[in-house]
Design a protein around this ligand. Sequence first.
Ligand SMILES: Nc1nc2c(ncn2[C@@H]2O[C@H](COP(=O)(O)OP(=O)(O)O)[C@@H](O)[C@H]2O)c(=O)[nH]1
Ligand SMILES: [Mg+2]
Ligand SMILES: [Zn+2]
Length: 304
Amino acid sequence: MKGIVMRSTGSFYDVLATDGKKYNCRVRGKIRLEGIKETNPVAVGDYVSIDLEHEIGSITEILPRKNHILRQSVKKTGHAHVLAANIDQAMVVATLSYPRTSLGFIDRFLVSVEAFRIPQVIIFNKKDLLDEKGMQWLNELIALYTGIGVRCFSISALEEDQLVIRGVLQDKTTLVAGHSGVGKSTLLNKISPAIRQSVGEISDFSEKGIHTTTFAEMFRLDETTFVIDTPGIKEWGLVDMNQQEISDYFPEMRERRLGCKFQSRCIHVNEPKCAILDAVKSGAIALSRYESYLSMVLGEDNRK
Ligand SMILES: Nc1nc2c(ncn2[C@@H]2O[C@H](COP(=O)(O)OP(=O)(O)O)[C@@H](O)[C@H]2O)c(=O)[nH]1
Ligand SMILES: [Mg+2]
Ligand SMILES: [Zn+2]
């Protein structure tokens, strides 16, 4: 029988099979997917073949993936693991206040996802808490991110705005991310009763300092609509990216960097005749985006 992996705990997997039932399965023997060298080959979102002869089913095969997202398990020391597979879009929920999501976090998320060529959506939540100045800033950010090809929505999850987001999710598999406290659970709960999440429980504190691998969990909204929640992800580490590569994942840099004097050797930090630096100076590239870029290029977690 075939099925889709809804949840993984590292050794066990919940598989939603074509008969509509969920089976607890594990991987028996070694299965390898071509081109994947990661240690846990089966990920949430994978289409798999399962064998139900024994009390606990076994996953015997991973069907070819459309795509996947890798994530660094533990900063620096750990290996990358496949966070999820077969994703149509990745959505980050952010807030400009209570709490304030840094643009650095948003940009890191966008880059991590863009590296796998997966379309991105930003949901700016808690619009109701913004004053006039805050609204102005919000509109500037929406203009900035829309300008680089990211779909943006501003909502208040406390209002009826979730209907718009339900439409964004329809017929797709969407990975959802965001810092704790931004209203992710509030939004997901309103979107679907199938997703039952506790609201307002900040579990950050107890998790701090413990290097656990974060696993994603998938929920089904209807036959063709899936949401993948990624609880507890506080940082998006860049996996396997060299300095030259990073500007490729900034859509506003991708074409422009061909104009740099040093071409692919330019990392746009202090090189002469750098097309990216020129664009930052002229305002064609937003300063906040360039600052995020610099932190990724010069950040130590990323030097290779
Ligand atoms: N003012 C306001 N508060 C919100 C909104 N969305 C969520 N909250 C509140 O923010 C807190 C954190 O929400 P929660 O859904 O648990 O956030 P999560 O950690 O991202 O899952 C809760 O007290 C929610 O009631 C919103 O749009 N406006
Ligand atoms: Mg939550
Ligand atoms: Zn350059």
